[in-house]
Write a protein that binds this ligand. Structure first.
Ligand code: NAD
Length: 450
């Protein structure tokens, strides 16, 4: 394969090359900003402001942070050496993995395909990109940008039906890494294909992210922050609060605050709101609409299939055995459940293990600590929701059912690099004790190795 030959030539490994490609990418994203914003409006009805925060601007800031850190990250990392190996030096080289495959979903079609690519370029790899077929307008701009900016033996853009294209690629070529973002169900298929060839993977999957609102939370702020990210992109966000678990003493107050807040954000006709998106396609629309029957609608609930519009909705009395509490909702429907004891809440969370994100609203640091230690989740926020993923200093990823591995900033560089461990031993010191015959040296060995 041409890409393998290109990688083997060594050009992608040099600092100057990596830096130049990142600058080229940043310039190209700036050049195509308007086209991206138009395409994202076509695919998901995102406003330019939302696009900037979650797609184009997000990506540009990731590139800027990477350019800032790159030289330092590429340096050999000196580590200590134990007594046994005195007087050696030890260090870790960061080596590119080779030719990597990055597979993106449709909900943040630009950001979730190109942000991992920033890490892959920074780490010195060649990249095959596979865009989601469900956000075609954005995919068309990405394709144009990639083909105009990079040679295909360095970065290759692919698209089409994932169920056909991806097995075709993964079963005929041994990638050095596969980075997949999407549903847990497809994640399992990717993992199996990768296992056949022992290809390492990063899996950025979904999950049901709970949002705890404690009795001592600032309810007004909680309502704003929950509504903000739950209904952003019409709820089609992997780290959106999936459902709220509020202390029973505050349920009424929280629901009232949520209703007021949603009204303020999106008005009486959210379908006409500049700030409110649409569902990606009819398949997703039909799936989400089903959930409206699985509880009592206490706010919203209106739909319009032609416009792929589902109103921001609050559900009460949800049926715990129904899909809305078993699947990831991935749409603008927010079940509000109450709890009286922490154990009760934990039981509900346990039904969907390893959420990608977890949020707790409380003013008590003891409660905060207790909650954070009680649930095994990918990452999260205290008194906030979803924003942790916008800080490139934090690793972003799930665990178990919500994924494996992480990225963003330096973590992306690490994900797409191999840590090559090196020990360098001088020749001036070469004591006989290290060599046979060993008889009688056990005491000394026990003193050195302990
Ligand atoms: P998806 O699994 O349908 O598609 C993702 C990618 O997989 C697409 O490129 C698609 O072409 C490909 N694909 C689809 N079927 C395939 C198959 N049978 N074999 C191989 N490849 C296939 O996911 P989606 O619907 O695009 O995204 C929604 C899901 O992704 C949600 O669960 C969401 O939580 C999750 N997600 C996670 C993150 C994260 O960062 N962890 C971010 C966004 C979305």
């Amino acid at each position: 394969m041409q890409m393998r030959r290109y990688y083997d030539s060594g050009v992608t490994k040099k600092y100057a090359f990596r830096r130049e490609q990142l600058i080229k990418l940043r310039d190209a994203v700036k050049k195509y900003e308007k086209q991206f914003h138009e395409a994202l409006y076509t695919d998901l009805k995102k406003s330019p402001e939302e696009c900037w925060v979650t797609e184009t601007g997000f990506l540009i800031s990731e590139i800027t942070a990477t350019l800032k850190g790159l030289k330092g990250w590429m340096q050999p990392e000196m580590v200590g050496t134990n007594l046994l190996n005195f007087p050696s030096d030890s260090y870790v080289l960061k080596e590119p993995l080779g030719v990597v495959l990055i597979i993106g979903p449709w909900n943040y079609p630009l950001q979730l395909l190109f942000t991992p690519m920033v890490g892959a370029i920074a780490a010195g790899n060649c990249v095959v990109l596979k865009a989601s077929e469900f956000a075609p307008a954005t995919a068309a701009v990405m394709k144009k940008l990639i083909e105009e900016t990079f040679s295909p033996e360095y970065i290759l853009f692919t698209e089409g039906d994932g169920a056909a294209v991806i097995p075709e690629m993964m079963n005929n070529f041994t990638f050095d890494h596969v980075f997949y973002t999407g549903s847990t169900a497809v994640g399992k298929i990717i993992y199996k294909m990768a296992a056949e060839r022992l290809v390492p993977v990063t899996l950025e999957l979904g999950g049901k992210s709970p949002c705890i609102v404690e009795s001592d939370a600032n309810i007004k702020v909680a309502a704003r922050r929950i509504a903000m990210t739950k209904f952003s992109n019409a709820g089609q966000m992997c780290v959106a609060p999936d459902y709220v678990l509020v202390h029973e003493s505050k349920k009424e107050e929280l629901v009232a605050a949520l209703k007021r807040t949603i009204g303020k954000f999106f008005g009486d006709k959210p379908e006409e709101s500049y700030n409110y998106g649409k569902i990606i396609n009819e398949r997703q629309f039909d799936r989400i609409v089903n959930y409206l029957q699985q509880g009592t609608v206490i706010y919203g609930g209106r739909i319009d299939k032609e416009k792929l519009f589902i109103e921001p909705t609050i559900l009460d009395n949800v049926n715990m055995e129904s899909g809305v509490m078993k699947d990831e909702i991935f749409g603008p429907i927010l079940p509000v459940l109450s709890f009286s004891t922490k154990e009760q809440a934990l039981k509900i969370i346990e039904q969907n293990k390893n959420p990608l994100a977890f949020y707790v609203f409380t003013s008590s640091s003891a409660k905060e600590k207790d909650w954070l230690n009680s649930v095994a989740f990918g990452g999260g926020c205290v008194n906030n929701a979803s924003w942790h993923l916008t800080n490139h200093h934090l690793p972003f990823g799930g665990r178990g059912f919500s994924g494996t591995g992480n990225y963003h900033g330096k973590n992306s560089f690490a994900t797409f690099s191999h840590s090559k461990a090196i020990m360098k031993t001088p020749t001036w010191f070469d004591p006989a004790i290290k060599y046979p015959p060993f008889k009688g040296k056990l005491g000394l060995f026990k003193w050195i190795i302990r």
